[in-house]
Design a protein around this ligand. Structure first.
Ligand code: CTP
Length: 400
């Protein structure tokens, strides 16, 4: 979240009285991890499952449980509703959904929701029969028609022992859906191809040549673009990262596999962002059996250059936008400008991997955006913000 979106991070978590209320704690944490400021309102029944003290400690702010007792405000429902950029109801019970659909405001949570003019996300969690009851379905439809967003419910084993639809959506899915409501959908209709992570170049069935890339930057770009409405395909080298919600992921191992996958996927893409740390060299003929330790075997490993994916995409890009990365330890801008020209990219994102804030595996990055028109040096920022800055630069180039 950057620029105009940077201030839109205030999430009102509305916790209702269902067994899945404990999951609201994890949702709160997930939102905070993504840079959001979270405040909580909860029903009296929610307090039977998780105490207000827990939410108070986690959010670092008073929890609104009553319309008449809220530290520092005489009218908490209006203050919270005006404060929030998005409201997330977790878990949404059949009762609260019914009240929302009818405009009933008989406690702090429902009164606050009624006063909310911001986007509202509902994450239902209840028994399968309660969810499938025509009354609940009608209420859900009424809310959808009024612009309320839904995430879940999923199908699975429910707290009551029944199996069916009604299970609260996954924590990551709820967090992603909330974040998507905080940003403009300015990439709607855009097909974005991203590659990320290292490649593994086989020496034999046991050993490979790799690098220190974790894939975090590319995954952050894929997640940010999905939130902003793009259709994203992520071609990923071996990483331990979970697939961001809504992203189509194609797994590859070697530079050659990544090259093939990228060229196939680029046919249906408007933009390609090559953040992967692709091996420049690969063993020419990997052994089909494990090599025994010997100087002879080591000396016999012949390396051959891999195909340059970025350069090949640039060679057939036409009017499409292609972005590359330059991970350097010295003369950052000189190398980045040289790569921009040599590969024919629209933009090179350059970072100094010898610095702690922009090294492999960091949760921040400090990059310079190097284009034909000049260099834009950005501050050290969380990866999600860097991702959005790169996407902003892509959008500018697309509209040119
Ligand atoms: N890249 C690629 N295919 C390769 C190698 C690199 O697409 N076989 C892409 C990377 O994804 C990145 C950019 O090219 O976007 C990095 O440029 P590159 O010149 O390969 O960087 P280095 O490997 O660091 O090379 P050098 O040692 O020349 O700086």
């Amino acid at each position: 979240m950057t620029g105009e979106t940077s201030e839109r991070r205030r999430v009102l978590l509305a916790v209702c009285g269902g067994i899945a209320a404990y999951k609201a704690c994890e949702v709160l944490r997930g939102l905070q991890k993504a840079g959001c400021d979270v405040r909580v309102t909860m029903t009296q029944d929610a307090g039977r499952f998780v105490g207000a003290t827990t939410f108070e400690a986690l959010s670092g702010a008073p929890v609104a449980t009553s319309l008449y007792e809220y530290p520092g405000s005489a009218i908490p429902h209006i203050e919270l509703a005006e404060w929030a950029d998005v409201a997330v109801v977790v878990p949404a019970t059949a009762n609260v959904m019914a009240k929302m659909a009818c405009g009933i405001a008989d406690d702090c949570l429902t009164t606050t929701l009624l006063a909310c003019a911001c986007p509202v996300l509902v994450a239902p969690g209840m028994n399968v029969h309660m969810w499938q009851n025509p009354a609940t379905q009608a209420n859900a439809n009424t809310l959808r028609e009024r612009g309320v967003s839904f995430v879940g419910p999923d199908t699975g084993r429910l707290a009551c022992g029944d199996v069916g639809e009604g299970k609260l959506a996954g924590v990551d899915e709820i967090v992603e859906a909330a974040l998507a409501l905080l940003v403009p959908h300015d990439l709607e209709g855009l097909r974005l191809l991203v590659n990320a992570g290292p490649t593994h170049e086989a020496i034999d069935p046991v050993r490979y040549i790799a690098n220190r890339s974790t894939g975090k930057m590319g995954y952050a770009i894929a997640a940010a673009a999905t939130r902003r409405g793009a259709e994203v395909t992520l071609v990923s080298g071996p990483t331990s990262l979970p697939t961001p919600a809504g992203v189509r992921r194609v797994d590859v191992e070697s530079a050659a596999q990544m090259h093939d996958a990228m060229l196939v996927e680029f046919k249906d893409a408007d933009v390609a962002i090559c953040s992967a740390a692709v091996a420049d060299y690969t063993p020419a003929t990997p052994a089909d059996h494990k090599l025994k330790k010997s100087r002879e075997h080591l000396d016999a490993i012949e390396l051959t250059e891999t195909a340059d994916i970025l350069a090949d995409l640039c060679g057939c890009k036409g009017k499409r936008v292609v972005v590359g990365f330059a991970a350097e330890t010295d003369d950052l801008l000189v190398h980045a400008k040289e790569k921009l020209e040599r590969k024919g990219a629209d933009l090179i994102v350059a970072n100094d991997v010898s610095r702690p804030e922009s090294t492999f595996g960091a949760d921040t990055n400090r990059v310079a955006l190097v284009g034909a028109g000049g260099v834009e040096q950005l501050d050290t920022m969380p990866l999600a913000d860097v991702a959005n800055a790169i996407l902003d630069a892509v959008l500018q180039r697309l509209s040119r």
